[in-house]
Design a protein around this ligand. Structure first.
Ligand code: 5GP
Length: 194
């Protein structure tokens, strides 16, 4: 998705050779116009499925997921990372290790909001080592829902996540695929190295 890649080129900051910061439009401040275009792109890529629900993880997956849900006219469910006082049992949960935060979180979704009658599209902001997406897949599988696939805003293709998800038999659609963050530069898959 060229619009997204251009935004990453202009505003992305390299925190290291592994971590890309996109706080100005996705992870802190949100660019709703870009998020809407991202939502449209997800909907178009998964138009071969009759999606009944979008499922994501708080917090940075919510903006793109909400736009896809708005366009499709279906609800958006976000997995919670912290146990809420009002979310006690009656939950699907999965363990997710975060390489950026070096901690394991239990993520959970109320059983009220996903069922075996749903076809779900799983959306997240970044795909690195795949733990967050695999956690969402685990939750969807517990519910018995059909998984249309995983939609990712930015995939870091030099990490293992995309392969792990495909090996689990789940389709992945990433709107920007980053080949490398080396030498202070974002290089996308399929781009010439200069
Ligand atoms: P994974 O579970 O695939 O290893 O990592 C995905 C999660 O970690 C995403 O939900 C995202 O919040 C965070 N993450 C991983 N890599 C990056 C990165 O380079 N930049 C940012 N901003 N977040 C990342």
């Amino acid at each position: 998705m060229e619009l997204l890649k251009e935004k990453i080129r202009q505003e992305g900051k390299l925190l290291s050779e592994e971590v890309l910061k996109v706080d100005s439009f996705l992870n802190h401040q949100i660019d709703p116009v870009l998020m809407y275009e991202i939502g449209k792109e997800f909907v178009s890529r998964f138009s071969d499925h009759n999606i009944t629900k979008i499922v994501t993880i708080e917090s940075s997956g919510i903006a793109p997921a909400a736009m896809a849900g708005l366009i499709l006219g279906v609800p958006v469910v976000f997995a919670r990372k912290r146990k809420s006082l009002t979310l006690t049992d009656h939950l699907y949960s999965a363990k997710v290790y975060s390489f950026t935060k070096k901690e394991t979180n239990d993520i959970s979704v109320s059983k009220d909001f996903i069922s075996n009658e749903d076809t779900v599209l799983l959306i997240d902001d970044f795909l690195a080592n795949g733990q967050a997406a695999l956690g969402l897949i685990d939750i969807a599988q517990q519910s018995g829902a059909t998984i249309a696939g995983v939609g990712i805003v930015i995939e870091k293709s030099f990490q293992t996540g995309a392969d792990l998800i495909r090996q689990a038999g789940v389709r992945v659609e990433s709107l920007a695929e980053v080949q490398s963050l080396q030498n202070g530069k974002v290089q996308f898959v399929g781009e010439e190295t200069i």
